[in-house]
Design a protein around this ligand. Structure first.
Ligand SMILES: Cc1cc2nc3c(=O)[nH]c(=O)nc-3n(C[C@H](O)[C@H](O)[C@H](O)COP(=O)(O)O)c2cc1C
Length: 191
């Protein structure tokens, strides 16, 4: 079973990275494999709103803007669950998280129910607010809506700030483990 942890911060050793590390540790303890993708290391530009607003995202469920988006989109086909960790910027997802989630939503929210790449797959969304701590909930609200739109399932929505860091990292380890155990259990039932 393969789980993917996506981070969306330029900072390699900040709060976002600590959250991802905790989730990865939990996933491994839960018996699944885990890989990571760092959006800020990739070239994923913003949606170009082709034509009059819709392009191949609607007609073919693929984005015609050629960059690193396609490879990551393809990678999602083989994953059984996702952890998405974004720093909170302006009470919202970071720009790299927005660019990726916007383009994925266009390709997958437009599929028939049940056909999305992440259909019914569990997602843990994490909003890491390292500044004032404000805006975690508005960020998670947008992430929750995105999870619903792409037909995935919100396994958990976790706000983390500087003061809650220690116990939220423990929650992330537990959440990653629980998610891994769930996907492994489901796979066993298939056998
Ligand atoms: C453009 C920008 C906007 C930010 N907005 C917020 C915010 O609304 N609330 C908050 O608590 N922190 C905010 N911060 C602080 C980040 O959430 C904080 O730096 C966080 O730790 C980033 O994650 P990192 O440690 O992985 O870099 C902002 C930072 C930047 C650069």
């Amino acid at each position: 079973m393969n789980l993917l942890v996506i981070t969306a911060s330029p900072n390699k050793d900040g709060l976002t990275a600590a959250c991802a590390k905790a989730a990865c540790a939990g996933i491994l303890r839960g018996g699944a494999k885990v890989t990571q993708a760092h959006l800020n290391d990739l070239s994923i530009g913003m949606c170009q709103a082709c034509n009059d607003g819709w392009g191949t995202c609607l007609s073919e469920h693929r984005c015609r803007v050629e960059d690193d988006f396609q490879a990551l989109h393809e990678r999602l086909v083989g994953v059984d669950g996702l952890v998405l960790v974004t720093p909170v910027y302006w009470g919202d997802l970071s720009e790299s998280a927005k660019a990726f989630t916007d383009r994925l939503r266009r390709c997958d929210a437009t599929r028939d129910r049940g056909q999305s790449i992440l259909f019914d797959k569990p997602v843990i969304a994490v909003a890491a607010a390292g500044g004032s701590g404000n805006g975690m909930i508005s960020c998670l609200l947008n992430m929750e809506r995105w999870i619903q739109q792409i037909q995935a399932r919100a396994f958990d929505l976790i706000p983390v700030n500087r003061w809650s860091r220690a116990y939220k990292l423990a929650a992330l380890r537990a959440g990653g483990k629980a998610m891994a155990e769930e996907v492994c259990r489901k796979e066993k039932r298939k056998d």
